[in-house]
Design a protein around this ligand. Structure first.
Ligand code: FEO
Length: 394
């Protein structure tokens, strides 16, 4: 495969992975993913920015051969996770004079995870630079987007910024430049939800920093290159905002239909009050869709049947996932149905403790909801309405 030129001797040398179904064995990939790598040819030195996912190493090295790359001086590692560093040992074997340029934390990770020798590294810190002759690489340590070892590489003369995982998308493409489509936006939002949302404050900070840099292009390590950086930066400004939208997300699992009946009633009544709702079937739904909805939701209503004196395991799983993804939601309610009792709300609430949600009076019913239960559901609707109104979400 011939490398595509991005600008002035800077080439895309990454690979699509169209067949990958899950990332982190957690959330399904709608559009596969790409592992991006960038070759920067200066008049004196050559650098490779980020490398390749281990199963793709052979194809990656073959492409370097086919493009006549006989020497690499610097292998820039912006982050230690193996989808970007997995090929480093093979690259060092192929190009024995190259050195791995990275920050101290990332060096420690690569040494321990991939067993790379200490003398193969050049450690850099924020604002350090290396020269390739007519091109300068400047490093910006950016912990938290994604790991504590993450950094960005800025190509000074060309005004391009390689942001590693930050601002990426699980997306495959023919054209290396973003088409700014709704499909790309949706993939980038799923990606943000799963990977970046737990670090929302850091994402907000770096979004503003990059806006202030006014770079010409953003080169992430997953998904297409942004020739119009404002497309993705404006989306991140929205997704990282402190306030959510006028949206209630209702994940539920229902064994005999009673819990779903209550969820459906809430959806209908909330909609009548002009509150947007997203009902999510935990068993059959796509977790990526759920995570994406979490980006905007202000209120969560979790519905669960009771199994063996506790919540259904699927509800337990969804509240755990919600807790670790750290969405901006402010309120939560719980509804559920039981046969002979137990502790449902306490166990689910525990998983969400880190979110500091304000809890609305829960409703647990024995079997099917009766007239009084529907009145209590009306109370939940009214309370959510008042809370959204107070936040000026209408
Ligand atoms: Fe794409 Fe944090 O690795």
């Amino acid at each position: 495969m011939k490398f595509k030129e991005i600008k002035n001797n800077i080439f895309y040398c990454g690979l699509n992975d169209c067949n990958r179904e899950f990332f982190d064995e957690l959330i399904p990939l709608e559009n596969g993913t790409s592992y991006n790598s960038y070759l920067v040819k200066g008049c004196e030195k050559i650098a490779l920015i980020d490398t390749m996912y281990p199963p793709k190493t052979e194809e990656y090295l073959k492409n370097l051969d086919e493009n006549g790359i006989t020497k690499i001086d610097y292998i820039i590692a912006n982050h230690g996770e193996q989808d970007h560093t997995g090929s480093i040992p093979a690259l060092l074997e192929k190009y024995p004079d190259s050195v791995v340029v990275t920050n101290q934390k990332c060096k420690d990770n690569i040494k321990e995870m991939l067993h790379v020798q200490d003398d193969k590294f050049l450690v850099v810190n924020s604002v350090d630079e290396i020269s390739l002759g007519d091109k300068t690489l400047k490093f910006i340590v950016a912990p938290g987007v994604h790991w504590p070892d993450t950094m960005f590489t800025y190509l000074v003369e060309d005004n391009l910024l390689c942001t590693c995982d930050f601002l990426g998308a699980h997306y495959t493409f023919e054209d290396i430049f973003a088409d700014n489509s709704k499909r790309l936006e949706n993939s980038a939002k799923r990606y943000f939800a799963e990977i970046m949302m737990p670090f929302r404050a850091m994402c907000k900070k770096y979004t503003q920093m990059i806006k202030d840099m006014s770079v010409d292009m953003i080169l992430p390590s997953h998904g297409p290159i942004y020739k119009n950086p404002d497309f993705i930066l404006d989306l991140y400004s929205d997704w990282t905002a402190d306030e959510g939208k006028n949206l209630v997300l209702l994940p539920y699992v229902s064994m005999y239909g009673s819990t779903e009946e209550m969820i459906d009633y809430l959806v209908e009544k909330l909609s009548q009050k002009n509150i947007e709702t997203k009902k999510f079937d935990i068993i059959r739904g796509d977790l990526g869709d759920y995570a994406r909805s979490l980006v905007d939701a202000t209120t969560l209503v979790i519905g669960s049947s009771m199994v063996l004196a506790g919540p259904h395991p699927a509800a337990f799983n969804i509240t755990y996932l919600t807790g670790v993804l750290r969405p901006k939601a402010k309120f939560a309610a719980f509804v559920g149905s039981y046969g002979w009792g137990g502790n449902l709300v306490g166990k689910l609430q525990e998983q969400l403790a880190g979110l500091k949600l304000e809890i609305i009076e829960p409703l647990l019913v024995k079997g099917k909801p009766n007239k009084e239960d529907y009145e209590k559901l009306d109370n939940i609707v009214n309370e959510i309405y008042e809370k959204h109104k107070l936040l000026n979400l209408f």
